[in-house]
Design a protein around this ligand. Structure first.
Ligand SMILES: [Zn+2]
Ligand SMILES: [Zn+2]
Length: 423
């Protein structure tokens, strides 16, 4: 069996694949609510007589083909974003393409009878809730015990679904139209910080000296945070963008409560956690300088993505079967984030990028313009890579269990359900 058989199987089903792509693009659902999407996936799997496990992390699905070792995971996001009009949802991050790619790969592998018995397993994970949004709903689900964390992959990791996995392959649409693919891009990590400044209310005209102005604390802290950026090299990619989400209230009362929130984004974990401590210090010291009280809370976002060089070699070889060197963009340092970063912290992981999008990401004008590249060419690159990974297996790193323990502790320590539930 050669990998060309897989490519031929994809070509043969081109019309079907494009129709799945259109249907999933029209079925945009928020994270942990991808009910229709999940039903459409399982309907196809039922039709194909391929067994699966559904209801993982609420709406997630796992399909395993083959048996034995190695165990390769292919992860594909399922969720969409709210319309800018807030009237419904829209696939403006291209996750419907990932769902379609996963189904294409499952169908093509099954058509070719791969993986052969005892020659390795490929598990396809349809993962809910990649976008880190919609906290009121998600925190309600957490309170009801349906999930533990706000992201699909975080929940699947915690539930042990990746415990016996050796490596992880994935793909995401990119915004680079002049290239067909990108390889070895990084993603930033982030933490969400909330600071509540507490003062004393008083008459702002008659007796301001009897009050303590909480808003002043937030303004001082915003200045301190902008100076803090100088303490990290530009390559660290530190981004702080504090906003005041509760200002002060009434103009003739000295504000006694002001809330400031910021994401802390950075290209690496060391910067992320060092910056988090320093942000905390800035906030607390600025509050203390003005005689204010202060409470801070941190929620884990995602870890920065570092891709596996070894796996990317294989991805690159397969990209070059379908395009020229100069059609591949390399080593982009992206300010965006994704929960593939968490998987990449634990296991060798790849998220290749593919072009073909018109419009802006996270904007209602997002459209899939080059369907050939998004669905067909990308599926072939991924199919070829899976084929190669079965021949030249990656192995789960020895430190997986220790790293996972540390990772879960980190999530637990910083988890705070109250943070975003206040309106
Ligand atoms: Zn997105
Ligand atoms: Zn995305």
């Amino acid at each position: 069996m050669k990998k060309e058989s897989l490519f031929a199987a994809i070509d043969q089903r081109q019309a079907e694949i494009l129709s799945w792509g259109n249907a999933f693009f029209d079925c945009a659902e928020l994270g942990f609510q991808e009910v229709k999407t999940a039903a459409a996936i399982t309907a196809l799997l039922d039709q194909w007589n391929i067994p699966y496990e559904s209801g993982i992390a609420m709406t997630g699905i796992r399909v395993t083909l083959g048996s034995g070792s190695p165990h390769i995971a292919f992860v594909s996001d399922m969720d969409a974003l709210p319309c800018k009009s807030k009237n419904g949802t829209v696939h403006s991050c291209g996750h419907s393409i990932q769902t379609t790619l996963a189904l294409t790969l499952i169908r093509a592998l099954a058509d070719c009878g791969l993986p052969k018995k005892n020659s390795g397993r490929i598990s396809f994970f349809f993962t809910p809730a990649e976008e880190f949004i919609d906290f009121t709903f998600r925190d309600q689900c957490i309170a009801e015990g349906k999930i533990r964390y706000r992201s699909g992959k975080q929940n699947m990791i915690a539930e042990g679904y990746f415990d016996d996995v050796d490596c992880v392959l994935s793909a995401h649409a990119n915004g680079e139209t002049e290239y067909l693919f990108d390889i070895n891009s990084t993603l930033a990590g982030f933490l969400a910080k909330k600071a509540v400044f507490l003062g004393t209310a008083s008459h702002s005209g008659a007796a301001p000296h009897l009050g303590r102005n909480a808003l002043h604390g937030a303004v001082l802290a915003q200045n301190a945070l902008s100076f803090l950026k100088d303490r990290f090299p530009a390559s660290a990619g530190l981004q702080l963008h504090p906003v005041i989400t509760e200002g002060g209230g009434t103009v003739n009362i000295i504000p006694d409560r002001t809330v400031m929130e910021t994401y802390i984004r950075a290209n690496d974990n060391a910067t992320l956690f060092a910056a988090e401590e320093q942000v905390d210090q800035c906030i607390h010291h600025c509050a203390a300088a003005l005689g204010l009280g202060c409470e801070t809370e941190t929620t884990p976002g995602y870890l920065p993505l570092r891709q596996s060089a070894e796996m990317n070699e294989m991805v690159l070889e397969n990209m070059l079967l379908f395009c020229e060197e100069d059609q591949i963009l390399r080593n982009v340092v992206s300010g965006a984030s994704g929960d593939i970063g968490d998987l990449g912290f634990l296991l060798p992981a790849v998220q290749m990028g593919f072009s073909g999008i018109k419009g802006q990401f996270h904007n209602d004008n997002f459209t899939i313009a080059d369907k050939e590249n998004c669905y067909i060419r990308t599926a072939k690159v991924l199919a070829g890579t899976l084929f190669d990974l079965l021949q030249k297996p990656m192995h789960q790193p020895a430190e997986f269990a220790a790293k996972k323990e540390k990772y879960l502790k980190q999530l637990e320590k910083r988890q705070n359900l109250e943070i975003f539930t206040e309106s």
